[in-house]
Design a protein around this ligand. Structure first.
Ligand code: ATP
Ligand code: MG
Length: 255
């Protein structure tokens, strides 16, 4: 096997990137796929969500930053469960912008996962809320990108600029990068602006938009408190994302 690499991204904060990336990794692993999830955000939220640690101190100098500099993620992989592995991030990840080594700065991640790609079915990457070198690395390393769209104005206006970054990645070493789709999240069916933006995105981007819409739901928000393992309300938290995973699988395995 060789892993399908999927990035969850948008240069906008709080749109559900980490939650969706983490839940997708968890659900795919529960389905029996071998999954590696990579935290590329210095906030370390995906690391917290999957590891269950609030404090990132245990991962000091044992993160994706060191893996990218070293050129191989293998020694940095942590185990959450048999099928769910992860690579952590902490605040120092921003220093990757100062990388002066011999390798191409935008392809550090792609090169670092090369050695382990045949050990996983999926590699899922969480990105920061900006178009930094981390996001560029994620796009260069990926086969597909899921564009996260919170049904709110600023998120809507971020999409065209994000599409430009995808074109940039295609022109700079990753010509086969595909958009798996645009995923609407945090939707609030009682708010007209939320509904109107969803309609607008559907008109503009058509089939690119996933049919599944992730609503704002307390159990999903509380994943940051309970995590995935030993979570008393895990079934409520995963329900909608299970539908998303079905769609995602059919899109990324097509052709
Ligand atoms: N569907 C949802 N329903 C309720 N709360 C949610 C949902 N999705 C995410 N949240 C909550 O909203 C907040 C933002 O979500 P998340 O951290 O996944 O976004 P993000 O895009 O990764 O943010 P950042 O840009 O800071 O990395 C978190 O507190 C999370 O628990
Ligand atoms: Mg995040």
């Amino acid at each position: 096997m060789t892993a399908t690499v999927i990035t969850f991204s948008l240069q906008k904060g709080g749109v559900g990137k980490t939650t969706t990336c983490g839940l997708s990794a968890f659900l795919l692993s529960e389905m029996g796929y071998k999954v590696l999830s990579i935290d590329l955000d210095s906030q370390g939220n995906l690391t917290q969500l999957i590891s269950g640690y609030d404090d990132l101190e245990p991962f000091y100098q044992d993160t994706i930053k060191e893996a990218m500099e070293y050129g191989d993620v293998n020694p940095y992989i942590k185990i959450a469960s048999d099928n769910l592995h992860y690579v952590a991030a902490d605040d120092y990840l921003v220093l990757i912008a100062d990388y002066k080594g011999p390798k191409s700065k935008s392809a550090l991640l792609r090169d670092a996962i090369e050695t382990i790609k045949d050990e996983y079915d999926f590699i899922l990457i969480d990105t920061p809320p900006n178009l930094s070198i981390q996001t560029i690395n994620a796009l260069i390393a990926s086969d597909h990108v899921v564009i996260m769209f919170e049904t709110a104005k600023f998120s809507y206006s971020a999409i065209p600029r994000f599409m430009d970054s995808i074109v940039g990645a295609r022109n700079n070493g990753n010509p086969n990068l595909k958009v798996a789709g645009i995923l609407a999240t945090l939707s609030d069916s009682r708010r007209n602006d939320s509904k109107e933006l969803l309609e607008l995105v559907n008109e503009e981007y058509g089939d690119l938009v996933f049919d599944t819409v992730i609503p704002r739901r307390a159990a999903i928000g509380r994943l940051s408190v309970y995590g995935f393992f030993n979570n008393p309300e895990i079934n409520q938290a995963t329900k909608v994302h299970e539908e998303f995973i079905k769609e995602l699988l059919s899109r990324v395995t097509k052709g």
